[in-house]
Ligand binder design. Structure first.
Ligand code: NAP
Ligand code: G4F
Length: 320
């Protein structure tokens, strides 16, 4: 039985990846931060099948102990301060966790388990003010936030450990992926939850930021499979994971409100405070390499994704 160590297991992707790895027969160990409250909501329905170990990306000793004791065959580094707006208010912490934290995990692996395979959660935010469309593995980076800059560092340190120490290290450059387990602050979930609350009579308007931004949105459940596929290859490589289709935030509003037979423009107001200091205007990925070499394909369309999210939130708010 192979062992996978997942950092960030309590997050959206961590929960889907853990379920997927269990379905492949892995022993799954999740690394979690100590907290005074329970943060296992996304894991509740299968938590008994998991092992959890404490650790934090800001603390080298905890990572060394985790890797030494768990002896993983595969390490998936999903932990990060992942919300872009927060990275302007907490640039130092974002750099520590999302950037330097990756070096700490790589060091823990190099010292304690060099034969393991490593996955780094790179991001399409690294492309930022895009220098090529669609974005592919060879597109130069131009990050537009402290988060994007930290991910660029994390990406290159992963390449560097692969080349310096001959470790099996891969980065998946993942474009936005969503699900009913997405955090409430991200735009897709903010909107699906608001639609459900409007239907339930608990909300009468929704404040939004930039409606003109475009993103390549896919389903998180499809994307975690690509992470695993990367670590099953003969040699380590970096891959863009995307649908190849871009939509605006306005399109997202339209799809989500339509899923509940509502018109978005009757409820949405713009709050200038939600406009970012520097925006990533348009992202669209070219997943050709992942399709050709991994055999990966996205299965859930944009409209279906938004409909699923709205339905799940309506059920949560008791709307039939
Ligand atoms: P998420 O829901 O925000 O989850 C982040 C995870 O990181 C949580 O489990 C969180 O733990 C953990 N974490 C935060 N700070 C930590 C620290 N100091 N030490 C240990 N763990 C820490 O993010 P996600 O959407 O699942 O994304 C997973 C990864 O993919 C992230 O690295 C993200 O940047 C990257 N990514 C995401 C997307 C996307 O569209 N979702 C696209 C590209 C890349 P707590 O529960 O304790 O807060
Ligand atoms: O959902 P978002 O907050 O995601 P963003 O910034 O694209 O980042 C996500 O995807 C990245 C991959 O590209 C990940 F690396 C990262 O960790 C995270 O998961 O915002 C999407 C777009 C932005 O252009 C934003 O300006 O939606 C726009 N937007 C408009 N109104 C809003 C809002 N975003 C949020 N969160 N809230 C709004 O009210």
């Amino acid at each position: 039985m192979k062992t996978a160590l997942i950092t960030g297991i309590t997050g959206q992707d961590g929960s889907y990846l853990a379920e997927f790895m269990l379905s492949r027969g892995y022993r799954v160990v999740g690394m979690v931060r100590r907290s005074s409250v329970d943060r296992f909501e996304r894991l509740e329905h299968f938590q008994r099948q998991l092992e959890l170990i404490q650790g934090d990306l800001t603390d080298q000793t905890s990572l060394d102990i985790a890797v030494r004791d768990v002896r993983p065959d595969e390490i998936y580094n999903l932990a990060a301060q992942s919300f872009v707006p927060t990275s302007w208010n907490q640039p130092g912490l974002t750099g520590e966790v999302t950037g330097l934290g990756v070096t700490r995990v790589l060091e823990a692996m190099r010292k304690n388990r060099p034969e393991a395979r490593f996955y780094q959660a790179s991001s399409s935010e690294m492309f930022g003010k895009v220098l090529e469309t669609p974005q592919r593995e060879t597109t130069p980076f131009y990050p537009r936030s402290p988060y994007g800059a930290a991910k660029v560092y994390a990406h290159w340190i992963t390449v560097n450990y692969r080349e310096s120490y001959d470790l099996f290290c891969c980065s998946g450059i993942l474009f936005n992926h969503e699900s009913p387990r997405r955090g409430f602050e991200f735009v897709s979930r903010k909107v699906s939850d608001a639609v459900a609350r409007i239907k339930a009579g608990k909300l009468d308007r929704l404040t939004m930021g930039n409606l003109d931004a475009h993103r390549d949105w896919g389903f998180a459940g499809d994307y975690v499979k690509a992470m695993w596929m990367m670590l099953q290859q003969d040699s380590p490589q970096d891959y863009v994971v995307a649908t190849g289709v871009s939509h605006s935030v306005r399109d997202l509003l339209s799809a989500a409100f339509a899923a509940a037979d509502l018109s978005w423009d009757e409820y949405v107001v713009i709050d200038p405070a939600l406009i970012r200091p520097a925006e990533v205007d348009t992202l669209v990925g070219d997943p050709t390499r992942a399709q050709a070499e991994l055999g990966w394909q996205p299965r859930v369309s944009f409209d279906e994704l938004m409909e699923r999210m709205v339905r799940a939130d309506m059920a949560r708010h008791g709307v039939t």
